[in-house]
Ligand binder design. Structure first.
Ligand SMILES: [Zn+2]
Length: 400
């Protein structure tokens, strides 16, 4: 069930409840751990990992009477949140039926901003949202707790990325879970609080001013990748981004998509720069990840980047990863099947980046391409430390 994953802040301690209390205008997140709900009694012992993931990625939900009142379209928000998760991962949400033992009650509780049990605890558990926090963002955040995720800004290395100096109380820091090595830091995760001093923290990386729900109302690219890894999703969700510090176990799952100077192979990679996730090529000979950022500058990372791996190979019945020629296939079809890999752009208006490939003479390179108004844009690559734009003559990595 558990292949190699790189989950950052996953700690399956289901006896804990994560609470987001409303502060001030009711929309500033603050989180405390509440005492266990009585129904959690003795749950510590029986929730030894991995028993608390939802079997086969199926989450049974029930609409509690409080949400059925459907004030301000609460039900629609809950459905949208479930759809956001199920459309980007292999997680499925199934409506409760008589006899279903383990399920999550979706509730409105105006005493809370958001509150959820972490992981599947066995029996009834719940996700609550209330007041002004009855939003898509809150529901996605809480459902990620249901799926076993904890806060990104609690991960053990967060002090490299956030500053809580002068705060009355710093958020907790989780211990490193050796089973789930950390991937690159994700300011855009939906389980990252907003970057407000002393709540989600003050970002230490230049260029970052927004985090979590300030970046997206749904899952970040990396949130979706982490869910797919934790639940060992297959088919077109079986690719895994892996931090390069574990090269030995990952190299067999990497795939050569060409050569640089006819020496060594190249493969997709991505790295965190100015709070964004940039995509480029990993070069096996000098073990670097090269990419452009801001359309002109070229970066070469020697550590703290991820490479794309394909456990089980790139081709399986009904789910094959392949490059599609931008000039041969219509944009809409390519975009539908393309692998989201990163995000770049104006702060608060960043765009999903897909993986692009170009071959010119004896050179090949891997870069990125954005979509604007439903159309693929120019792809951006690095060749010999120069940035190169390909208007149409490039390929996009897809899975169908
Ligand atoms: Zn939370």
């Amino acid at each position: 069930m558990f292949s190699g994953t790189f989950l950052s802040d996953l700690f399956p301690i289901s006896a804990l409840l994560i609470s987001i209390l409303s502060l001030g205008n009711g929309y500033n997140f603050s989180c405390v751990i509440e005492p266990s709900d009585p129904q959690d009694a003795n749950s510590t012992q029986r929730n030894i990992y991995p028993g608390n993931l939802w079997p086969n990625g199926v989450v049974t939900y029930r609409l509690h009477d409080s949400i059925r009142e459907n004030c301000d379209h609460d039900i629609e928000k809950a459905y949208l949140a479930m759809q956001e998760i199920s459309s980007k991962t292999c997680i499925k949400f199934k409506a409760w039926e008589a006899g279903d033992k383990n399920f999550v009650d979706l509730m409105v509780d105006h005493k809370e901003c958001g509150l959820a049990h972490v992981c599947m605890i066995g029996g009834r558990q719940w996700v609550k949202f209330g007041g002004k926090c009855r939003t898509l963002e809150t529901m996605v955040h809480e459902l990620m707790h249901t799926l076993c995720f904890r806060h990104e800004h609690w991960r053990p290395d967060r002090n490299k990325y956030l500053n809580f100096m002068g705060c009355h109380q710093e958020p907790e820091i989780l211990e490193e879970n050796k089973k789930y090595p950390l991937g690159i830091y994700d300011y855009g995760s939906q389980v990252h609080y907003k970057c407000i001093p002393c709540h989600g923290g003050s970002p230490t990386m230049p260029g970052v001013t927004k985090c979590g729900s300030q970046v997206t109302s749904g899952l970040s690219i990396i949130d979706a990748d982490k869910i797919n890894a934790l639940y060992n999703c297959q088919g077109c969700n079986r690719h895994r981004w892996r931090l390069i510090k574990h090269p030995n176990e990952d190299v067999p799952n990497m795939y050569s998509f060409g050569h640089k100077n006819n020496v060594g192979y190249i493969s997709p990679c991505r790295a965190l720069i100015n709070g964004e996730i940039s995509v480029g090529f990993y070069y096996s000979t000098n073990k670097t990840c090269s990419f452009s950022f801001g359309d002109a500058a070229v970066y070469e990372f020697t550590h703290n980047f991820e490479v794309l791996t394909f456990p089980g190979g790139i081709s399986q019945p009904g789910a094959t990863y392949k490059w599609v020629d931008r000039e041969e296939v219509e944009s809409a079809k390519i975009i539908k099947a393309a692998l989201p890999a990163g995000r770049e752009g104006e702060i608060g208006n960043s765009q999903t980046m897909y993986i692009a490939y170009v071959s010119v003479d004896k050179y090949q390179s891997i870069g990125k391409v954005a979509v604007r108004n439903g159309e693929l844009q120019k792809a951006v690559f690095v060749f010999e430390r120069e940035v190169y734009h390909a208007p149409t003559r490039y390929y996009v990595l897809t899975c169908e």
